[in-house]
Design a protein around this ligand. Structure first.
Ligand SMILES: CC(C)(COP(=O)(O)OP(=O)(O)OC[C@H]1O[C@@H](n2cnc3c(N)ncnc32)[C@H](O)[C@@H]1OP(=O)(O)O)[C@@H](O)C(=O)NCCC(=O)NCCS
Length: 190
């Protein structure tokens, strides 16, 4: 698939339990349900949504980015419950270097059941096979144990800690940075 096609028509990805599909303005209620939970936003760079308007604004920004062909981010839909339960995709992308960074968030109701590892594995597969990436990164605040564990479970390696890398929510954050290389991904599946 050509890169411009991916940006123009983000394909839906199906996994065993999830559908990864384009995010829409209709997802506001489901997004607000989890994004208004302070435990979900504890280690995200975005703040807890305090009203449905926050979720609508967030979604409008994403939809504008799709239109400008700048976004490769999926909404995560629970197949049997037919519910939008989070997002997962490439939050930063440097084509010159064939490198991109994954970001994600999931409704707390669904934590600890392997859903995000399932979604991230599918996104990594897509990144290497369809986007021809060479390196996929992910970063998390050093105390975000669940997120670091997802990175390990999908085969990423810890590169190190970026000290006081971000100033978010009134303090400097140290970030663990993980990555997987194209050669590692294909070596592991052959
Ligand atoms: C991070 C997040 C996406 C993980 O989603 P998830 O679907 O629960 O992840 P998975 O079930 O695939 O894997 C989580 C792993 O972390 C482990 N884990 C979670 N909390 C843990 C803790 N406090 N101590 C040790 N392990 C922990 C789980 O046991 C599981 O590992 P296992 O399968 O080896 O047992 C979810 O917690 C989330 O949305 N958090 C809020 C948003 C966020 O932090 N996003 C990432 C920003 S970098």
């Amino acid at each position: 698939m050509k890169l411009l096609d991916i940006l123009a028509y983000l394909p839906t990805i199906e996994t065993e339990r999830l559908l990864l599909r384009k995010i829409t303005l209709n997802d506001a209620n489901d997004m607000f349900e989890y994004a208004s939970d302070p435990e979900v936003s504890e280690y995200t760079t975005w703040s807890t949504h305090t009203s449905i308007e926050d979720s609508k604004f967030f979604l409008k920004t994403l939809v504008k980015m799709y239109k400008r062909r700048e976004l490769v981010d999926w909404g995560i839909v629970h197949k049997t419950e037919k519910k939008f339960i989070g997002t997962c995709g490439f939050v930063e992308w440097r084509m010159t270097h064939s490198r991109a960074e994954i970001g994600y968030a999931l409704s707390r109701k669904y934590w600890g059941e392997g859903y995000m590892s399932e979604a991230v594995s599918a996104v990594i597969d897509f990144g290497f096979r369809e986007m021809q990436l060479n390196k996929i990164q992910a970063r998390c605040e050093v105390n975000n144990i669940a997120s670091a564990r997802v990175m390990e479970k999908v085969g990423m390696q810890l590169e190190g800690v970026l000290r006081q890398q971000l100033f978010v929510k009134g303090r400097y954050w140290d970030l663990k940075t993980y990555s997987i290389l194209r050669e590692e991904f294909f070596d592991n599946i052959l």
